[in-house]
Write a protein that binds this ligand. Structure first.
Ligand code: AMP
Ligand code: TRP
Length: 347
């Protein structure tokens, strides 16, 4: 790992992360999360990746679409390089440890902490009286996802930083309340040039699967033509690219396209500016479109191949769930014991 491991030696490095199957995967998910999930797996670290269907239902999901999107997300993970033999890949609702620990964490987390979560405030907006209780408790379930495995490192995009701080607070309070050194204090892993991929229509808002405009995002299911078109039509300003990264200041759309190029190419933004500084978007956009198609098309193609056999995807998720359960169950049993709950049921 690149950053120092600050958790005690008693907690071996274990990666956990999740993605909601509440829509198709976007380029933001790919660059901010998925691509880095694969890197961690390939570094030989123990990796556990979860399609968080229980999080998805904090806002209503059509059952038919949820099932389809969960399979599609699983196919996206595998197509992007997650190997179900080396990583544990499963959907959250198949492992009950998550919701069991979430309830316990609901009793540890404080109302004040939860009320400060900016993602809740953004999602609830003026409508906070009418959103689900689950949406408010969402970060507590997320902390449970991670702590059910005593994971030490969580690769995510920038938008999840506050949720991971909450996870740390919950773990610390649990340890203090029960006078144990049981849960690790998790380290966010927010790395790379694209920790916050922005909308192609507005460089000040995040690219998101829930944006009403499909033009705002690149989906992992988009074909080459669609990807190229969306990039060509992406909002920009009339200036050419600057000669230094500092020149991107105050130019959110230009910065976003440079960051996307950098992340796709595996370069730094400074390297991209070295190659394209002074270029017009008329030159840069086609180069970016070619790069995006070259990187994404093999994933899209593999994803649609995998989607032709949904039973095989379900089998992989089921097998992953059994392995996940084997890690989480003993941890949850110890938690019940720490809490003083009687566990005398035979079978
Ligand atoms: P979600 O789609 O909200 O479940 O997000 C799943 C993962 O993708 C999380 O680690 C997010 O931080 C990451 N992610 C989502 N959208 C973006 C984006 N626009 N830029 C970078 N990372 C993102
Ligand atoms: N909240 C995350 C998101 O929307 C998804 C998520 C749920 C997650 N549980 C997690 C991410 C645990 C990392 C670890 O992006």
């Amino acid at each position: 790992m690149s950053e120092p491991v600050q958790t005690p030696q008693t907690f071996p490095t274990r990666i956990f992360s999740g993605i909601q199957p509440s829509g198709g995967l976007t380029l933001g998910n790919y660059l901010g999360a998925l691509k880095r999930f694969v890197e961690k797996q390939d570094e030989g670290i123990e990796t556990i990746y979860c399609l968080v269907d229980m999080h998805a239902i904090t806002v209503f999901q059509d059952p038919v679409r949820l099932r389809q999107q969960t399979r599609e997300a699983a196919a996206g993970f595998i197509a992007a390089g997650i190997d179900p033999a080396r990583s544990i890949l499963f959907n959250q609702s198949q492992v009950s440890a998550h919701v069991e620990l979430a309830w316990i964490f609901n009793c540890v987390a404080r109302m004040g902490w939860m009320s400060r979560m900016t993602q809740f405030k953004d999602k609830a907006g003026k409508n906070s009286e009418n959103v689900s209780l689950g949406l408010f408790a969402y970060p507590s379930l997320m902390a449970a996802d991670i702590m059910a495995y005593k994971a030490t490192h969580v690769p995510v995009g920038e938008d999840q930083k506050q949720h991971l701080e909450l996870c740390r607070d919950i773990a610390i309070k649990f340890n203090n309340d029960y006078k144990v050194d049981f849960f690790p204090v998790v380290e966010p892993v927010i790395e790379g040039a694209a920790t916050r991929v922005m909308s192609l229509r507005d460089g000040t808002v995040k690219m998101s699967k829930s944006d009403p405009s499909d033009q705002s995002r690149i989906n992992l299911t988009d074909d080459a033509d669609t990807i190229a078109k969306k990039i060509r039509r992406a909002k920009t300003d009339p200036e050419p690219l600057p000669d230094s990264v500092e020149g991107l200041k105050g130019r959110p759309e230009a910065r976003n396209l440079v960051n996307i190029y950098a992340a796709l190419a595996g370069h730094t933004p400074a390297q991209v500016i070295r190659d394209f500084g002074g270029a017009q978007f008329g030159t840069f956009k086609p180069a970016l479109a070619d790069l995006a198609v070259a990187k994404l098309e093999p994933i899209t193609t593999e994803m649609s191949r995998l989607m032709q056999d949904p039973a095989e995807i379900d089998r992989i998720l089921g097998e992953g769930a059994v392995r996940a359960d084997a890690v989480a169950r003993p941890i949850i049993d110890q938690v019940y014991d720490i809490l003083g709950m009687i566990r005398s049921r035979q079978v």
